[in-house]
Design a protein. Structure first.
Length: 294
């Protein structure tokens, strides 16, 4: 069998520059081929590049895999009429897969809002007074035989009916607990539903649900702006006041007075909460209560 032509080189240090117009091909101790021109410029003979390492699969938000190393260069063919082709470099190793990133922790749930306070129960109507008992009939005369029975007494009159009636309580959040109370008209509104039509305002109260104010008083007014083009009317003849360091009109010397000539409401009326004045250091959070009855 005939073998192909080959060149065997001994590795060693780089030789000096060749004569003008010539190139020197040699192998160095790093087992790579080089050539040097007459100017002494050394150039490495590159083999064909190894195939790129396969891309690492991305983990969810993980780090990318490292790129595969390039294959070693193939040897160049010897110069001549037809130099033999350099051998193909070995393929680079595949990059390792990127590690998966851990999932972010879930956000904490918001705290539940506080429940509104229940409206107070309406007072029971008083019982009617009992009718007076009828007078007893006169007894029959004694004798051998009893006399005829006396006539029955007349029935007493029925007692008057009790004065029980339904009461409806409405609570309006005017300012949330974390916010200071400020002055102004229309700080909150309440639209009268069908169930309250023709009722009258019978009780009022206001409470600071966050913190008490200091210096002066917080003054609260209630205005019925109407629903059919009627003029707005003040539903209080004396506005409610919460004094300094107090939390409610229930302990106030000026809890407010209902205007009995403008206390009625009808379906669709727009009831407005106004605050003409606040403490010099305002309190926080305000709820206004209104009770209505027929």
């Amino acid at each position: 069998m005939a073998y192909a032509s080959k060149i065997t080189m001994t590795t060693g240090d780089a030789p000096g520059a060749p004569s003008a117009g010539a190139l020197t091909l040699y192998a160095k101790t790093d087992k790579q081929y080089y050539f040097k021109d007459s100017d002494g410029v050394e150039t490495k003979v590159a083999g064909t590049s190894g195939s790129s390492g396969s891309s690492s699969s991305s983990g969810s938000s993980g780090t990318h895999g490292t790129s595969g190393s390039s294959g070693t260069g193939g040897t160049s063919g010897t110069s001549g009429t037809s130099g033999t082709s350099g051998s193909v470099g070995t393929s680079g190793s595949s990059g390792s897969s990127g590690s998966s990133s851990t999932s972010g922790s879930s956000g904490t749930h918001g705290t539940s809002g506080t429940s509104g306070t229940s409206g107070t129960s309406g007072t029971a109507g008083s019982s009617g007074t009992s009718g007076t008992a009828g007078t007893s009939g006169t007894s029959g005369v004694d004798g051998t035989f009893y006399g005829s029975s006396g006539t029955s007494g007349t029935a007493g009159t029925s007692g008057t009916s009790g004065t029980g009636y339904p009461i409806r309580c409405v609570q309006v959040v005017v300012v949330d607990p974390a916010t200071q109370v400020g002055t102004g008209n229309g700080k909150a509104y309440f639209v009268v539903p069908d169930e309250l039509t023709n009722m009258n305002l019978t009780r009022i109260a206001a409470t600071l649900v966050g913190s008490a104010g200091t210096g002066g008083s917080c003054v609260i007014a209630i205005t019925n702006t109407g629903s059919r083009g009627t003029a707005a009317v003040a539903m209080l003849s004396a506005n409610m006041q919460i004094e300094g360091s107090e939390l409610s009109t229930r302990t106030s010397a000026n809890p407010g007075t209902i205007n009995t000539s403008a206390d009625g409401i009808l379906t669709g009326d727009l009831v407005r909460i106004d605050i003409p004045n606040v403490h010099s250091t305002a309190g926080t959070g305000l709820i206004v209560e209104m009770a209505f009855a027929l």
